[in-house]
Design a protein around this ligand. Structure first.
Ligand code: F6P
Length: 484
């Protein structure tokens, strides 16, 4: 069987290079061991349309990564436009931030069609396709139009919000109807699955049977597959990384103060401003923590061409400056804000050095940082995870200190509780979380999804739906370079 994995961002990290985003970080090891072919956009946006569709292949472990060239004009409408200014805010329940136009949508549909065309080159009779994330909601309908009858699965890494919110998304009906060309759709949590099923029932008037929805396009099964991490590997990495120069320098620079760590892309869904406000409040209410605690926030720059992301960068920098200005001492600064990415090996060492891991997302599909923080801890003297209830991870890691990130006071109190938690309680909570992580690992997520996809009945598929067919996609000649 040939497994073809598709996602917008792919990664083929060399040595210690950082990997951006939870999706790519999870798929690198999975592709390496499974031997899958992983196809995505090159992100080296081509300036001339002649190069559009150009495919390059690079080995990755037992598998390979194929990147497809997309013109910069089209990539902008697809990525900064419809994907990240319409779908991302909608799926993270920020309907106030939806800002898109029909050009963006056309680019979105065209990029889906372009990548589908490229996939034809890889489609052996025994192939199965696993498409990831909101960038490619219409990929299956494009593949079916091209005559692909093989199983096609989709996984939502983001949340899927309630029907009321989806109704704010332009073209929602076309998009969700197009998704019924997938054989299997996976979700991070039962709540996400339920929201999707509710949309199908209420808006498309479909009646599901045991989460299987049948239309003239065939049967689509909905199922929940919470994504995990390679717990043992990350725990081993943390032991090794603890002795790397970066982690050693970090520990010695703390001068006895306890470390609280946060690691996120700079994204409004991560609740970074609330997090800083909670730390500000902690220092105002508990001056005894001055010099006794240091907060390290890694903020990986993200989607910098989108105004709301640039604005957030500025707000964060200014709030960090304000808090540090008010609370710093001559020999101590409360917040160290590093506006850059680190390799996973470096992060593992930082997590192990931290007494508290702080995740305050306002809305997050899973949040693998929470899982990695737990896996990196020293079993004898583990740190405490303070975790937003609005993450997929909180549905599994209920032994964390689960907080409401909108309650600044509550987050601040949870950090104080974490900093003072006796070792016995820390161990009990950590043991419980490790057990959960081991029973829901990355390997299990990957193989569970693939085996469920393989079992999907091979219905006679046809790609046609009236709404999708009427979408105003510009016709374009696509030249594909042969993939070796
Ligand atoms: O969890 C994975 C994820 O949040 C994806 O949903 C998203 O595509 C990625 O990380 C990061 O986004 P980007 O590729 O735009 O940097």
């Amino acid at each position: 069987m040939r497994l073809i994995v598709v996602s917008n961002r792919v990664a083929c990290p060399k040595g210690d290079e950082p990997i951006e985003g939870g999706l790519a970080a999870a798929l690198v090891p999975a592709v390496k061991t499974s031997g899958a072919i992983w196809v995505g956009s090159s992100r080296k946006q081509t300036s001339s349309t002649e190069q559009e569709g150009f495919a390059q292949m690079e080995p990755l472990g037992r598998g390979a990564v194929v990147t497809i060239g997309i013109s910069s004009e089209q990539f902008g409408g697809f990525y900064e436009g419809f994907s990240n200014s319409a779908l991302w805010p909608a799926f993270h329940s920020r309907t106030d931030l939806i800002s898109t136009n029909v050009e963006h949508y056309v680019s979105y549909r065209e990029v889906n069609a372009l990548i589908a065309r490229s996939l034809l080159r890889l489609a052996r009779p025994d192939a199965m396709f696993w498409v990831h994330d909101y960038h490619f909601l219409t990929m299956a309908s494009e593949l079916r139009k091209l005559g692909i009858a093989q199983p096609i699965g989709f996984f939502f890494h983001t949340p899927f919000p309630s029907r009321d919110i989806i109704l704010s998304l332009p073209h929602h009906s076309e998009l969700i109807q197009a998704m019924l060309n997938y054989d299997l759709i996976g979700f991070q949590t039962d709540a996400d699955l339920e929201n999707f099923a509710d949309y199908l029932r209420q808006e498309l008037r479909l009646t599901g049977n045991d989460n299987v929805f049948t239309t003239n396009q065939g049967a689509t099964r909905l199922a929940c597959f919470p994504i995990g991490i390679d717990v043992e590997q990350f725990a081993e990495q943390a032991v090794t990384s603890a002795n790397r120069p970066e982690a050693t320098r970090l520990r010695s620079s703390l001068q006895g103060s306890k470390l609280v760590i946060g690691v996120d892309r700079v994204d409004y869904s991560k609740g970074l401003l609330n997090r800083l406000r909670a730390l500000d409040q902690l220092l105002q209410r508990h001056p005894e923590f001055k010099r006794a605690v240091t907060f390290l926030q890694v903020g990986v720059p993200s989607r910098g061409k989108i105004p709301v992301y640039r604005q957030l960068q500025g707000e964060l920098a200014s709030l960090v400056g304000d808090i540090n200005g008010r609370h710093s001492e001559i020999d101590w600064i409360p917040i160290r804000y590093l506006n850059k990415g680190f390799s996973r090996a470096s992060l593992a060492g930082f997590y192990r050095a931290a007494h508290v891991g702080l995740v305050t997302s306002l809305n997050d599909g899973m949040n693998l940082v929470a899982k990695e923080y737990v896996a990196a801890q020293n079993p004898v003297d583990p740190g405490v995870l303070v975790l937003s209830r609005f993450t997929g991870a909180a549905k599994q890691l209920d032994a964390a200190l689960v907080v409401n990130p909108h309650d600044i006071d509550g987050v601040s109190r949870a950090v104080v509780q974490a900093l003072g938690m006796p070792v016995k309680e820390r161990r009990e909570r950590w043991d419980a979380m490790m057990e959960t992580l081991k029973s829901s690992s990355l390997d299990m997520w990957f193989s569970d999804f693939v085996s469920n996809l393989a079992e999907c009945p091979r219905a006679e598929r046809c790609a046609w739906t009236p709404d999708v067919a009427s979408t105003p996609v510009r016709s374009r000649q696509l030249e594909l370079t042969a993939i070796p």
